[in-house]
Design a binder for this molecule. Structure first.
Ligand code: M6R
Length: 599
């Protein structure tokens, strides 16, 4: 989704704005732009396309202003174009702003402004905001902002600059991320932490409706009622190195290889003396709940399916799972005896956030499983458990997924302890996971070879049963999002109820069979596809699989519950290599955004 940067400081704003936008590229965008306040007034440079094009265009300008804002746009209202790209300015070019989010009542506001004689140059909802500021401005931009906030509905992170008050940036947010950084001689803002790290690790997290006024050497925070408030300065534990490629060609590959380390980090301190310790949840009596809901989107949803399956199996309490965009409109049965778990890498996904707010409004106890410290979902939930994946830059989620699996398994065992259930074998094996993942990564050549089968395929069929089905759902998502090969995942037992009609000579079937109690059944289903001419890539933990699949990878054998974590690695690497052979932009797949902050 859109990325925002803003700088008010002693030096020129442009270097910060541009490096920040490049760190936010992973969010997905189709146009980019900046505005700085120069001696001659506002200077806005923007264009459709990538940041490199903006950089070329900037060579013809000499932007030296000390206050500025930057933006990468992911089109929602209006096609990707020069005119629709941000920043947007008012008619006499005295006010400029960047916006992330969606102004839901923009049509009605636009009609009103048209009646007042305003002209629009873009098709965006954001231009309404800058013209509304112009309409309300009577010598005090903060007061104009207050009036605008009263009028706009929807989600927004806004950074506003004006030549009338040239030494400041007004920043305000609702349901859209915006983080402020304190640097030596500057205050800066951005949509995500990696954009700040080269300059500072000291940040303020804005809450919804809060406003900040950034100047070179001071910052003022106001609450919803425009009263001055104090905010805590937090030092984030990320380092810049973690947000760089470290010699890998892509962030996706780098992040796949970081998994042994980040799994170790996620486990750290959480297993002590054969007991799972999640101090964050110590105040919860889990026996009070009569049902549990897991809610998430995309990859986080797949991790939730696995977590839900394991939790239900261990505590025998009904566990429901839903994708967030459905949950909020399905009138789910939620009350004070419901425990709701929201899983989100970014902690900013709009649907997951809305689902969380719905659950809270109905009295549920809510737990967030998030990766980004201080993100909205992590702050809004009653309790939060953090995965320790570090910044995940590639759009395709890899290390966030496996750390979510690890944390959800720890969570399930933690809850099960309260129910008197302890699985010492699995607890011991958890500690060995980083080594096992490392070992599988050592077999990277096999996965590259398997992926070469996919190069000229239009379709791929993933099959599995039970927990293996949750794994193949994720495997299929990974393959389609980075390689654009159409991939679907099926419960292996469902094949003969329809999908097997698609299997023909040369079809590729990727089968996962790691769950001992149902592996034999999956093997029979695999056999059925081989009989119809399919080429099968089999991921199993069985040393002597009873089928004749030419492409077989045997995983280390661990407790069935933990097997999902190991299965993820071959599936991620196959998706990666398939995309790579096809020359796809692995880190930034078309049409996708890293953090989906609109509905
Ligand atoms: O930040 P979140 O975990 O809430 O994001 C959810 C999905 O948008 C995300 O997992 C998406 O499916 C990834 N592109 C998958 O690789």
């Amino acid at each position: 989704m859109c990325g925002i940067t803003a700088f008010s400081g002693k030096g020129p704003a442009l270097p910060f704005l541009m490096q920040g936008l490049s760190k936010l590229e992973y969010r997905g965008y189709d146009s980019a732009g900046v505005t700085t306040i120069e001696n001659s007034g506002l200077k806005t440079v923007k264009c459709k396309g990538r940041l490199a094009q903006l950089e070329t265009k900037l060579e013809d300008y000499h932007l030296e202003g000390h206050v500025g804002i930057g933006h990468t746009r992911w089109a929602t209202h209006g096609i990707p174009s020069h005119l629709n790209s941000h920043p947007h300015t008012n008619g006499d070019e005295t006010i400029s702003l960047v916006h992330n989010g969606i102004i839901e009542n923009y049509k009605e506001l636009k009609d009103e402004l048209l009646e007042h004689g305003y002209h629009f140059h873009s098709e965006t909802d954001s231009e309404v905001v800058v013209l509304l500021l112009d309409y309300y401005y009577q010598g005090d931009m903060l007061e104009a902002t207050r009036k605008v906030i009263e009028r706009i509905e929807g989600s927004y992170a806004l950074c506003i600059i004006t030549t009338h008050e040239p030494d400041q940036i007004i920043v305000v947010k609702k349901d859209s991320p915006l983080i402020i950084g304190k640097c030596d001689g500057a205050y800066v803002a951005a949509s995500d932490i990696p954009a700040l790290l080269e300059y500072t690790k000291d940040v303020y997290f804005l809450d919804d409706y809060e406003i900040a006024v950034l100047k070179t050497d001071s910052i003022t925070f106001l609450n919803k009622n425009f009263r001055t408030i104090k905010k805590e300065l937090v030092t984030v534990p990320y380092d810049l190195e973690a947000a760089k490629k470290d010699g890998y060609d892509t962030f996706m590959l780098k992040e796949i290889f970081e998994q042994p380390h980040v799994i170790q980090e996620t486990l750290r301190g959480r297993i002590q003396d054969e007991t799972i310790k999640l101090d964050e949840l110590d105040n919860i009596d889990f026996k009070q709940f009569n049902k549990v809901h897991f809610v998430a989107c995309g990859t986080a949803y797949h991790a939730s399916l696995c977590g839900a399956h394991i939790l239900e199996h261990l505590i025998k309490v009904p566990v429901f799972k839903d994708v967030a965009s459905e949950y909020r409109y399905n009138d789910p049965v939620i009350d004070e005896k419901t425990l709701c778990i929201f899983v989100s890498q970014s902690g900013e996904t709009a649907d997951t956030l809305a689902a969380l707010r719905l659950a809270k409004s109905k009295g549920a106890t809510t737990i967030a499983v998030a990766n980004v410290l201080g993100s909205t979902i992590s702050r809004d939930a009653d309790y939060v458990l953090y995965t320790c994946a570090g910044p995940e830059i590639a759009v395709a989620s890899t290390k966030a997924y496996t750390t979510q699996l690890v944390l959800l398994i720890l969570f399930a065992y933690y809850v099960a302890q309260q129910f008197g259930h302890v699985d010492l074998k699995a607890i011991h094996e958890l500690k060995d996971l980083p080594n096992l993942v490392q070992k599988i990564l050592g077999d990277i050549d096999s996965f590259e070879q398997f992926a070469s089968l996919l190069e000229h395929q239009r379709d791929a069929y993933f099959i599995g049963r039970g927990l293996d089905y949750t794994s193949v759902l994720e495997g299929a998502l990974k393959l389609k999002e980075v390689s654009y090969i159409h991939a679907d995942a099926y419960v292996a037992g469902e094949l003969k109820h329809g999908p097997i009609a698609l299997i023909e000579e040369g079809s590729i079937v990727i089968a996962v069979a790691t769950q001992p109690h149902i592996a034999a059944k999956t093997m029979s289903n695999i056999q059925e596809t081989i009989a119809r001419g399919a080429e099968v890539i089999l991921i199993t933990n069985s040393l002597n699989p009873p089928i004749d699949a030419r492409y077989t990878y045997v995983l280390p054998y661990v407790s069935p519950i933990l097997q999902t974590i190991l299965v993820a690695i071959p599936l991620q690497l196959m998706a990666y290599f398939a995309a790579n052979i096809k020359g796809c932009d692995v880190d930034k797949p078309r049409n996708l955004a890293k953090s989906v902050t609109v509905e």
